[in-house]
Structure formats: C-alpha cells, structure tokens
Design a protein around this ligand. Structure first.
Ligand SMILES: Cc1cc2nc3c(=O)[nH]c(=O)nc-3n(C[C@H](O)[C@H](O)[C@H](O)COP(=O)(O)OP(=O)(O)OC[C@H]3O[C@@H](n4cnc5c(N)ncnc54)[C@H](O)[C@@H]3O)c2cc1C
Length: 297
C-alpha cells in the first residue's frame, strides 16, 4: 500500500487546498481492508471520470481516496463457464470488444476514447446515474454484481436489486464492487438517443435481452430515478412472442411504465414517446433474428 498526500483544488473565488490521503493498494485484500476500516471516510476511485468532474464542481472533495487501479487483476475480463466475469475495473474500451452486443455497443458510446479507456463498469455502477449506459445494458441481461467486504466476504446480488433510488444502491459503505457477471448466451440489442454522434449523454436509451429459455428483459435509462425494467412489457412478449401485435402492445405498455421528468436535455413527453419508439424498434429487430424463440415455453 502506498499512502501519499494528494492535493486537490476546486474553483471558487479562491483556490482551496484540500489535503487527502491517497491509498493505492496492490491487491484486493488490502483494498477491502482499507475500505472496511475507513468506510465513508474513503472514496473508492476507479478511472475518476465521474469523481474528477464532481470534484471540479463542488466545494470540497472526499476526505480520502482509495485508488483501485493498481489492484492486481482489477481490470480482468474472462469467461467463467457460461458467463463473462468482468472485474470491477474493466474499462469501456475492454467491454466494447465483448461479443455481448448491448454491452459492447453501449460501451462504445460512452464519452470519447480517453473516457472509454479510463471509465470502468464499477464506476458506472457506483455513480448509479439513471443515464448510466453500462447500467442499462447490464439490466437487460440479468447481470449480477459482486460486492466484497474484508471480513464478511462477498455477496452477489441481481442487478435488479442493486439500484435502490436516485443514485442510491445496495452497496454498503464498507464494501467495494469487486466484479460483475453476465450470461454469455443471451441475445441482446441496444439503442441510445442523444443529441450528438459522440460524447453523447443519453436522452433515452434502451436495451433488450432474450435468454435461451425465452426470458425477455427490456431496460431503459433516463426515464425514472434509476435505470429500470419495463416488466409488464416484458411479460407481454414472454407470453405472446415477437408477433407484430405483441410488440406493439409491449411498446404501449413500456410507455406507461416509465416516469420521465422534464429536464435540460428533453421534455418528459418526448422521452416517454421515445420509450415506445425504442421498444418497438428493438423488439422488432430481435424478432427478425434467426434464433429467436417466438414465446416462452
Ligand atoms: C466527458 C464524459 C463523457 C461521459 N459520457 C458518458 C456516457 O456517454 N455514458 C455514461 O454512462 N457515462 C458517461 N460518463 C460518465 C463516466 O465516464 C462513467 O460513469 C464511468 O463508468 C465512471 O467510471 P470511473 O471508473 O471513471 O468512476 P469513478 O469516477 O472513479 O467513480 C465513480 C463512482 O463509483 C465509485 N466506485 C468506483 N469504483 C468502485 C468500486 N470498485 N467499488 C465501489 N464503488 C466504486 C466511486 O467511489 C464513485 O462514487 C462520461 C463522463 C465524462 C467525463
């Protein structure tokens, strides 16, 4: 472990010097120990692409930082039987090369190349923004999130239970996100509506997943306090298959399930309408796929 004073500045009328301790553990045991002992007094730091922006905007930074980027294996991505196991520090550039369409495409729209090289999947989950593109893709493939603690060990929770409110999660203040697992055999598709072709925060984004057993997942970003699933729309497709009628009914149901708000990016009415458009488009696209099951048996 390396402990060194870190110096942060924020812009106000005067520059204020903030002295923090900056921990750089080399392995996960040490990282979990520091987090376990210090809890909220230490902020986990991945690529810093959210934290540094927040630091730049706010009057004070975190008390201390726990830089995870030197932890051995922190960015590993590997096959684990039927799953992909993404270590917490897997970057969007790495995820963009995975043969999991929704996650790969979502990852390749995050920021520009520099942000994709630094930004991590754990950071996306840690920030838990309703606009988190990685979170939407993970929600559509029943990902599981592994949370580690120094003495209690690890607990694995379904992504559906991870988001508990606006930027609130099931992560406890003495835990770290250690990995994310996703099934390797689902069909997925994804689309993001934004204002530009790149460095583009979502206005609305949608991911659809289909398991080999016929489970359907329809996830949206930017249309509720958290990333959400449109469960009644999913049930319509699971029951009725990908017929034109079922897709239309699911698109209508999805529009009723979301709860967008007016903000500086778009009106609530626009976002709600786009949920119908995206559900229709992605479910229609999936129905044309050769291996798609017509309904859950
Ligand atoms: C120019 C720009 C464009 C962007 N575009 C997009 C975009 O299109 N789509 C999108 O979704 N995001 C976008 N982002 C946001 C950001 O890149 C992502 O949210 C990214 O995933 C954050 O990852 P990070 O490793 O940099 O997180 P950090 O900034 O290091 O951390 C973010 C949060 O996660 C916590 N955290 C990090 N690692 C762990 C861990 N292992 N355990 C527990 N908590 C942890 C931190 O404490 C912090 O609260 C953009 C950011 C910038 C600056």
């Amino acid at each position: 472990m390396v402990v060194s004073p870190a110096v942060g500045y924020h812009r106000k009328d005067v520059c204020l010097r903030i002295l923090s301790l900056f921990y750089q553990p080399q392995n996960i045991e040490e990282a979990l120990r520091i987090r376990g002992e210090m809890g909220v007094d230490v902020t986990p730091l991945g690529g810093g692409t959210d934290i540094i922006v927040a630091l730049n905007r706010s009057a004070a930074g975190a008390k201390h930082y726990l830089d995870l980027t030197h932890v051995e294996g922190y960015s590993d991505v590997r096959r684990d039987n039927g799953d992909w196991r993404l270590s917490a520090g897997a970057s969007f550039s790495q995820l963009g090369r995975l043969p999991v369409r929704a996650l790969a495409e979502a990852s390749m729209t995050v920021g520009g190349p520099a942000i994709r090289n630094r930004g991590t999947i754990a950071g996306n989950l840690g920030t838990a923004s309703p606009a988190g593109d990685g979170c939407v893709a993970l929600m559509a493939i029943d990902a599981t999130v592994e949370l580690g603690h120094a003495s209690r060990g690890k607990r694995v929770i379904p992504i559906d239970e991870y988001f508990t409110g606006f930027r609130q999660t099931a992560l406890l203040e003495d835990e770290l996100i250690t990995s994310v697992s996703i099934p390797a055999d689902w069909q997925t598709t994804w689309y993001k509506i934004g204002k530009r072709g790149s460095i583009n925060i979502s206005l609305v984004c949608c991911a659809v997943g289909l398991s080999p057993k016929g489970d359907v997942r329809i996830a949206f970003g930017c249309v509720a306090p958290t990333v959400i699933r449109a469960k009644s729309a999913e049930a319509i497709i699971e029951k009725g298959g990908f017929s034109e009628e079922a897709v239309e009914a699911a698109a209508q149901a999805a529009m009723k399930e979301v709860a967008p708000i007016d903000d500086h990016r778009a009106s609530a009415a626009y976002k709600q309408a786009m949920c119908g458009v995206l559900a229709r488009r992605l479910l229609g696209e999936m129905s044309k796929s050769q291996n798609v099951k017509t309904s859950k048996e």
